[in-house]
Design a protein around this ligand. Structure first.
Ligand code: OAD
Length: 235
């Protein structure tokens, strides 16, 4: 069995769980332009709109109908059965990998179910709406100092050094359900060694498909369990 496995997931892995992907055909993100809801400038300009946007997404994520699918479950199985190094890097801000049982999850674009203090950077588990009236959990007279713990455009993703290290030592790299247009995530494949077996699973071709040894066209819930079985049976 290969020693070191690195997995990168994107919105496509959660699509079959009922969470819409980012780049729909209309170019909008759930009806909003990205620059209106996912930049630090948007939050300074219109914090109410930005909070509302993430509040809606958080509520949706907590709806009982949203559950991990077979692809999330298969990756948790791979991690549990694998003897060597394993890292799952996700661009998703949902918690479906964790709910499926994955343990080493690096959420490089943040997590919807965490809030971050704008002054200290301290993180809090968060399942409620956020607003400009939300009291700080540690200083309840201070209002509106929490923001969603998500990486906005123009901000630096989380854990880049760790991701780079994992990429450089990967024997297998799986990229699942990501459009490969947002960097630095889209560049991870280029940081893997030539000897690394690179496999992409996506409904459609992406700008980096040609860099992969295998580019599998299909839905994550069908194709990821198959690849996991294949990896687990490798000598
Ligand atoms: P995108 O919405 O850009 O791309 C989703 C990809 O998943 C597309 O390439 C689809 O073809 C594919 N896809 C959809 N359904 C699938 C399925 N059932 N099985 C397999 N593939 C499927 O999402 P990301 O690549 O994750 O960043 O987007 C990257 C980043 O852009 C996000 O993390 C977010 C966004 O702006 C930030 O918010 C910082």
């Amino acid at each position: 069995m290969p020693k070191s496995i690195l997995v990168l997931t994107g919105a496509g892995i959660s699509a079959e769980s009922g969470i819409p992907t980012f780049r729909g055909s209309d170019g909008l993100w759930e009806g909003h332009r990205i620059e209106d809801v996912a930049t630090p400038e948007a939050f300074s300009r219109n914090p109410v709109l930005v909070h509302q946007f993430y509040n809606q997404r958080r509520r949706k994520l907590l709806d009982p109908s949203i559950q991990p699918n077979a692809a999330h479950v298969a990756l948790a199985k791979l991690e549990a059965a694998h003897q060597g190094d394993f890292l799952l890097v996700t661009q998703n801000i949902d918690d479906l990998h964790q709910r499926a049982g994955s343990r080493k999850v690096l959420a490089m674009h943040g997590q919807l179910l965490k809030a971050r203090c704008r002054d200290t950077g301290k993180l809090f588990d968060w399942r409620e709406d956020l607003s400009l009236e939300t009291p700080h959990p540690l200083a309840t007279t201070r209002l509106g100092r929490l923001r969603p713990h998500v990486v906005w455009f123009g901000e630096i993703p989380i854990g880049l050094e760790l991701i780079q290290e994992a990429a450089q030592s990967a024997d297998i790299f799986l990229a699942i359900g990501t459009s490969a247009v947002v960097y630095p995530a889209a560049g991870i494949v280029e940081a893997t060694p030539a000897s690394c077996l690179k496999i992409e699973i996506n409904l459609a071709a992406t700008p980096t498909s040609s860099v992969f040894d295998r580019s599998i066209r299909g839905s994550a819930s069908i194709e990821v369990p198959k690849i996991v079985e294949e990896i687990l049976s490798m000598p």
